[in-house]
Ligand binder design. Structure first.
Ligand SMILES: [Zn+2]
Length: 58
């Protein structure tokens, strides 16, 4: 699978993306796992976040 570079601007609002942390939630079917303080890129304007490193569900 090829990787596509993320644009520097938020596709939703055009705001500036910056490095930050977010809370990542994975629904495993039998339960939900919450991972806090996940390094992510966060929009400084609308707060949308993108996880930088793929988290594998295994
Ligand atoms: Zn945004």
């Amino acid at each position: 699978m090829g990787s596509k570079a993320l644009p520097d601007k938020c596709p939703l609002c055009g705001g500036i993306k910056k490095a930050g942390k977010t809370t990542f939630t994975v629904d495993l079917g039998f339960g939900v796992v919450v991972v806090r303080d996940v390094p992510a890129t966060v929009c400084s304007q609308c707060g949308m976040d993108w996880i930088e490193d793929r988290i594998h569900q295994n």
